[in-house]
Design a protein. Structure first.
Length: 280
């Protein structure tokens, strides 16, 4: 993996105090294309692929939907993917097979009660990234995201009296514990310290603050993982993830929201309960 001292040293710091974004994602991606090795480009491919997955789910619901403009695919490719899927003309060399299958099955699933295409697409992306990404830290990142999503979904389903098994995906240890335990925390707290924090997040009634608390936890995880490797491809990946978070927070609340997030980060930093298994 490359050492990107000049790249990282030249990028503006992303901190909670620096609320002004001085670099755009499209501009940064153009710079990355010029300096990254081919091997490392394959690592960052997964960051942009997640955007493609989100865009695909949106376009299947509404062909005129607003989409992110910095995925790997352009509009013509999304149209080609959806058309090919409908015609059963899958080409795994053009697009990941799981995306084509998702597009093909969307027509059968869209009217099912409790079906959320964006969530289903995200689950499938996480599983694909965990299985295929060549970088260990990035695989861990998506495993962490999958675990958090499943745990929060399980708590939410139980809180609303839904059948938990209908909303959980995957076949790993966390999923097995959720589906086999009836205790308040699914017996997860004994194995994963951070579950106690997730239980508090579920109880938060403000959806904006809830989202920020989740991102605050993820932000700290990225800081922990790259603390000693600040010029690595992992640090580049973490920078992209943080920049993406800040872009979303800008849309939620320009000033008050960021101040709230800054307080959340400081509180979490004091507790520092990032799961040990993801720090190895």
């Amino acid at each position: 993996m490359g050492n990107y001292y000049c790249l990282m040293a030249g990028l503006p710091d992303i901190t909670l105090e620096n609320t002004k974004q001085e670099v755009s994602m499209p501009d940064l991606r153009e710079e990355l294309e010029a300096v990254l090795s081919e091997k490392d480009k394959k690592v960052l491919y997964y960051f942009f692929l997640q955007k493609d997955c989100t865009n695909l789910a949106r376009l299947l619901k509404n062909p005129k939907a607003e989409i992110d403009d910095y995925g790997n695919l352009g509009m013509e490719q999304y149209v080609d993917l959806m058309t090919s899927a409908r015609e059963m003309n899958f080409n795994v060399h053009r697009y990941p097979a799981f995306m084509s299958i998702f597009a093909r099955e969307y027509a059968y699933n869209k009217d099912k009660e409790g079906y959320f295409p964006e969530d289903d697409m995200l689950y499938k992306f996480y599983q694909y990234a965990i299985e295929t990404c060549p970088n260990k830290m990035v695989r861990q990142w998506y495993k962490l995201n999958l675990d958090i999503t499943n745990i929060l979904t399980a708590f939410l389903a139980r809180k609303n009296g839904w059948n938990v098994a209908d909303y959980i995906q995957g076949g790993d240890e966390v999923t097995a514990m959720i589906l086999s335990n009836n205790t308040k925390d699914f017996n997860l707290t004994a194995e994963y310290d951070y579950v106690a924090d997730l239980m508090k997040i579920v109880e938060c009634e403000d959806p904006v603050e809830k989202e920020k608390r989740i991102d605050a936890f993820k932000w700290l995880w990225l800081e922990e993982k790259t603390f000693f490797n600040i010029f690595s491809i992992e640090a580049v990946f973490a920078y992209l993830c943080k920049l993406d978070m800040l872009a979303r927070w800008d849309k939620l609340d320009v000033e008050t929201g960021k101040e709230t997030f800054r307080q959340i980060i400081e509180n979490l930093r004091g507790e520092a309960r990032v799961p040990e298994e993801f720090l190895k």
